[in-house]
Design a protein around this ligand. Structure first.
Ligand SMILES: Cc1ncc(COP(=O)(O)O)c(C=O)c1O
Length: 390
């Protein structure tokens, strides 16, 4: 018996949700089932809502210090869930993972410096590098028969040739949902340390490991990683609270950490809102049973999608994610141009998915499907797609 309800369809229209209220602006139509931006259509763990409600009942919202158990809740969570030990001095608050990447780029690199990314990858990586007048150097993932792998040989060659100052690692990797192996992470760390390159490891999907898999934090793979690593994470994806704007940064190497944290503090980029710390503490302290059930539900939604695609959408294929609720849908078998593919999804299937091409040229022929929704919604969406393609 489940304790939490993931089946109820909750109307989010008019709640200021990007996923719903920006449909017209983004897709040119409102009449779409939204399966795009990466948040979940599930009610959050009630302990989080309760903790926030209690604070909101106080009539004064003055300057706030972090809730009393905030830091310890992060430290205990990382130890309990990932066996990863962190000291209080290693952590700071940041107001979002993408903002954290932006801070790291601005602090550790200069205009004109090169930054490695590995497409197809979460699209703001490219934007935040180029928007800050740095130069993207691509080390594309290598497609295998049914998944992808990291091109570590290509990375070493690229790094020796181009001398990038930084690499943005996505661990687990969005949009594929791949958790990098310890061996691969060690190789990245070795290449980085030998070539004086900082690795910013975005681990926002790290708590969402599926089917009992283990997340391997970059900083946990050895001395090289600790020397070069800036690890970013959050309870936001894990507990469906990105609107609370609560993320954290962990750096083990004091030569990187002290000046960077000092800069964040000077500019007050590390000052959390009270909603951030209260929601984070409640989530990490009380949200584990909710998360376990959510992960089971998501995994079953992926099974459902896999079966549906095999039976009714034979020209499509899915790359089964190891982590998170995003499914990389291989639509190349349809033989459509990317423009035709996107138009088919919006105009004929009435579905809002992320266009694979936004993750890089390597994403042409693909769409990204968010399955963190009630199964009934997922089934309706897949029926729409089957009808559109028949
Ligand atoms: C890999 C990755 N990093 C960062 C983010 C966004 O994080 P934030 O909202 O904390 O900037 C997302 C959201 O989808 C993501 O997939």
């Amino acid at each position: 018996m489940r304790k939490y309800d993931f089946d109820s369809v909750i109307d989010r229209h008019g709640s200021g949700a990007v996923k719903y209220d920006d449909l017209q602006q983004t897709f040119g139509s409102e009449d779409l089932i939204p399966l795009w931006i990466a948040d979940m259509d599930f009610a959050v763990c009630p302990d989080i809502t309760e903790a926030l409600r209690e604070r909101m009942s106080h009539p004064i919202f003055g300057y706030a210090s972090p809730s009393p158990g905030y830091w310890d809740s992060i430290i205990a969570w990382l130890d309990r869930r990932h066996g990863f030990k962190v000291g209080r001095q290693d952590i700071t608050y940041i107001p979002g993972v993408v903002k954290g990447i932006g801070f790291a780029i601005n602090f550790f690199t200069r205009p004109g410096d090169k930054v490695v990314i590995q497409p197809p990858v979460y699209h703001p990586f490219k934007r935040v590098v180029e928007g800050n007048d740095r130069i993207v150097v691509n080390n594309p993932l290598i497609k295998t028969a049914d998944s992808y792998r990291m091109d570590t040989e290509g990375l070493e060659e690229l790094v020796r040739r181009e001398h990038p100052r930084m690499m943005i690692l996505c661990n687990p990797h969005n949009p594929i949902g791949l958790q990098w192996s310890e061996e691969t992470l060690r190789e990245v760390a070795r290449i980085a340390r030998e070539n004086d390159m900082i690795v910013v490891s975005d681990e926002i999907h790290g708590d969402l490991m599926l089917d009992c898999r283990r997340h391997i934090p970059f900083l946990a793979v050895g001395e090289d990683a600790r020397a070069v690593g800036v690890m970013l994470g959050a309870p936001s994806k894990t507990f469906n609270i990105p609107g609370m704007v609560s993320s954290w940064c962990i750096i083990k190497n004091p030569e990187l950490r002290l000046p960077f944290y000092n800069w964040l503090e000077t500019n007050e980029f590390d000052a959390p809102t009270f909603t951030a710390t209260i929601a984070t503490e409640a989530a990490y302290e009380h949200g584990e049973p909710w998360l376990e059930e959510a992960l089971t539900y998501i995994s079953e939604n992926i099974d459902f999608t896999e079966r549906y695609v095999a039976e009714r959408l034979p020209k499509l294929a899915i790359v089964r994610p190891e982590a998170s609720f995003l499914v990389w849908l291989d639509c190349r078998g349809l033989g459509l141009s990317q423009e035709q593919l996107v138009r088919m999804f919006v105009n004929r299937a009435h579905l809002a998915l992320n266009d694979g091409a936004m993750f890089g040229d390597e994403g042409v022929g693909y769409m990204r499907l968010n399955v963190a929704c009630p199964r009934e919604v997922l089934k309706t969406a897949l029926d729409h797609l089957a009808d559109a393609l028949s």
